[in-house]
Design a protein around this ligand. Structure first.
Ligand SMILES: [Zn+2]
Length: 107
């Protein structure tokens, strides 16, 4: 049985016959300072991003895109896709993005 990929959120390999999903995160500077909410991202994604940033540090200036735009791509299994779907849907309903700062204070 051949695997079609691996979920970059839970690390599970996706066997043939199961759907592999892809999530893309594009961060654009809309004006003013860029503020990324760390709670939006699962820990594994932050690690992944740090790795990406590390790799980017080794690139030359020409290889780097403008600081005002970043793009990330992750493969997800159906379970993790559902989690993201739920989160995004809740956010859409609620309208407001929960603030990471206040929840950190409660920890
Ligand atoms: Zn997964």
């Amino acid at each position: 049985m051949k695997n079609i990929g691996r979920c970059q959120n839970c690390g599970r390999t996706i066997p043939k016959g199961e759907t592999l999903f892809e999530i893309r995160i594009d961060i654009y500077a809309k004006g003013g300072p860029i503020d990324i909410d760390p709670e939006d991202l699962k820990k594994d994604h932050i690690r992944e991003m740090k790795e990406l940033i590390k790799r980017m540090e080794n690139m030359n200036v020409d290889e780097l895109t403008d600081e005002v735009w970043e793009s990330y791509r992750f493969d997800l299994c159906k379970t993790c896709r559902k989690e993201f779907h739920k989160k995004l849907k809740l956010r859409k309903k609620g309208g407001l993005v929960p603030r990471a700062k206040s929840s950190y204070r409660n920890n």
